[in-house]
Design a protein around this ligand. Sequence first.
Ligand SMILES: [Zn+2]
Ligand SMILES: [Zn+2]
Length: 149
Amino acid sequence: MLTAEFIAQTLRAHALRLTPSRRAVLEVLVAAPFALSGTEVEQQAPTSLDRATLFRTLRLLEQKHLIHRVVDYTETVRFAAAPALRAASPPLGPPTEHVHLKCLVCQHLYCLPHVPVPAVPEAGGYHVTRRDCLLSGICERCQPGSAAS
Ligand SMILES: [Zn+2]
Ligand SMILES: [Zn+2]
C-alpha cells in the first residue's frame, strides 16, 4: 500500500494536486496484481467516484505516465500502474514499454515489466508512436501446483 505522502509527492512531481479521486485511482491500481477496467477501479475505490471524474482521472494519470492502458482482443480497456510506482519508486522519465500477458484461465491481464517489447523491423513509411505486445498463456497463479492456487 502506498502512503498518502508518497502519492502526494508523486503527483506533485507531475504538477498535479492530490485529490481524492487521484489518490483512490492510484491506490487501487498499485495494489492490483493485474490490469483493471474503469468499472473495476470504481468498484474497488475506497470512496465513491462519479464516472465522469473517474474517467477524467484515468485519462490524466495516463497522460502523465503514472498509469498505462493494457489492451487485449476484447473491447474493454484496462489500466495498470506504472511498474516504478508498484515498486514504490517515483516513476519519472519516459515510460518503459513492456510486454503484457493475458491468462487464458483467469482472463486477467498482467504486466511483465522486466520483459521489454521486442525490437521490430523498420515500419516502412509509418511513424510508430506506440507498441503493444500481448502474450497469451497461463499466469503463475493458475499453473497447476502453484502455491497460490
Ligand atoms: Zn491466471
Ligand atoms: Zn503494463
